[in-house]
Design a protein around this ligand. Structure first.
Ligand code: NDP
Length: 403
């Protein structure tokens, strides 16, 4: 067990150049066997013309989510694979707060630059915090299923019959035309639901602790919403690195779950003083990194808790968008501020493949836990969004597109 943990923490601490070299060599070996399709290939079993799916024709609350059974099955285009989805991952990015709150955030934004940055982000929320590129629009960012056809062009040796997990738009459906470059074969020994339960949030946590702030053994770090989907991954990975993790959560049940996942100290931020606890634990120095996916309601607290020369990694807006700030505030402690998105850490095939292989290894070899909160029927997507927005969930929410 000790040896396993040592190897794991070594692999988590490896430099990005070592990791990149490994990814490139794996890419080269896959190139020798790659299939470049000039015509679409299809599984023998017939693909229907229509499918179940959820679309939106306008922004709003959960009432805008329309469950339909008559949507056209998409055709895989250049570089795409057609995946028959078994499980679809739900992420906070899909839901966001209600349209009323969104509008208030935008009105409160003091400058047009903030509105521009919010509305040009490469993400599309149900509420319109970020605009949909077209109507009707289908939500969803990840799924697990079987390849049933491939489009023309480079499909990275994927073929009909392969079980894959992918990052793609428009996954709230039975079928998704996904970019092959963002799909990976699922290891044979991974049980159903695990890959869709892990991919987006696991990759987010892994890239945050490696590239946003490279956490080292012995570092003190603060993780907000530590019992959420991304939070539980951060706790597990940071424990493997050997960091001292101070987590925050809003209920006793969440505090317990995050502790079990690896947070060394937990603070219930619904009634405890986080700053006082951080000071007490770090001898007044503060934490070298804060991973803050809560946003508006925790940003000032995070800045208070970060150490001199530390990093504030603001990676999400669960409580609302962080209002504009005077950059001079950072100079009080020489704080590094970053607002990263996963998609810029895994933009190339090499980056996606390298990190995904590593993540799958943590699950298969090192036994990291993929906690599924609930698998909702696709027709019950509104309840799933309400639960996530209502802070009722821990771990991952999935959709079953067959129901
Ligand atoms: P979670 O499962 O973490 O759910 C969100 C959690 O945030 C809640 O359970 C709740 O935990 C906490 N929270 C605090 N205040 C609020 C509020 N006002 N409303 C709702 N929730 C609140 O979701 P995810 O793991 O999917 O995402 C977490 C964050 O990470 C989100 O902001 C998301 O956008 C971001 N993210 C960013 C990515 C990126 O690339 N930058 C990628 C993936 C996620 P508690 O009750 O304990 O406070």
């Amino acid at each position: 067990m000790f040896i396993a943990r040592n190897i794991l923490s070594k692999s988590l601490l490896q430099s990005s150049s070592t990791r990149r070299a490994a990814a490139i060599s794996s890419q080269l070996s896959s190139q020798t066997s790659k299939l470049t399709h000039t015509h679409a290939r299809t599984m023998a079993s017939s693909i229907p013309k229509t499918m179940k799916g959820v679309i939106m024709e306008k922004n709003g609350g959960t009432e805008v989510l329309q469950y339909r059974t008559d949507l056209p099955v998409p055709e895989p285009k250049e570089g795409q694979i057609l995946v028959k989805n078994d499980f679809v991952g739900i992420n906070f990015i899909d839901t966001y707060v209600s349209i009323e709150i969104t509008e208030r955030i935008l009105h409160e934004a003091a400058s047009s630059a903030v509105r521009t940055s919010l509305t040009t982000n490469n993400s599309y929320f149900r509420t319109g915090l970020y605009p949909a590129p077209h109507w009707p629009y289908m939500l969803g960012r990840e799924s697990e299923g079987t390849v049933v056809a491939t489009g023309p062009g480079e499909v990275h040796s994927l073929a009909p019959g392969d079980r894959v997990v992918c990052l793609s738009e428009a996954t709230y459906a039975e079928y998704t035309a996904a970019p092959a470059a963002k799909a990976a074969r699922i290891p044979a020994d991974l049980p159903p639901k695990t890959a869709a339960g892990a991919l987006l949030q696991g990759l987010t946590a892994l890239t945050l602790i490696r590239e946003a702030h490279h956490v080292q053994a012995g570092d003190w770090v603060l993780v907000h919403a530590a019992a959420g989907g991304t939070g539980l991954w951060l706790c597990q990975l940071l424990k493997a690195v050997g960091a001292n993790v101070i987590g925050t959560a809003s209920t006793a049940e969440k505090v317990k779950l995050a502790s079990q996942a690896g947070a060394t100290h937990m603070v219930n931020y619904s009634h405890e003083d986080v700053k006082a606890r951080v000071d007490e634990l770090t001898g007044g120095k503060g934490v070298v990194a804060v991973f803050d996916g809560v946003g508006k309601s925790t940003f000032d607290l995070s800045l208070d808790c970060v150490a001199r020369k530390g990093s504030l990694i603001s990676f999400g807006n669960a409580s609302g968008a962080v209002p504009p700030l005077a950059i001079a505030r950072l100079s009080a402690k020489n704080v590094r501020l970053m607002r990263p998105t996963l998609f810029n850490f895994i933009a190339t095939r090499e980056e996606f493949e390298g990190y995904t292989e590593e993540l799958m290894g943590f699950i298969v070899r090192d036994g990291m836990d993929v906690r599924i909160h609930e698998t909702y029927p696709l027709s019950d997507v509104a309840r799933a969004h309400q639960d996530l927005e209502g802070r009722k969930t821990t771990g991952k929410l999935l959709l079953d597109p067959s129901k």
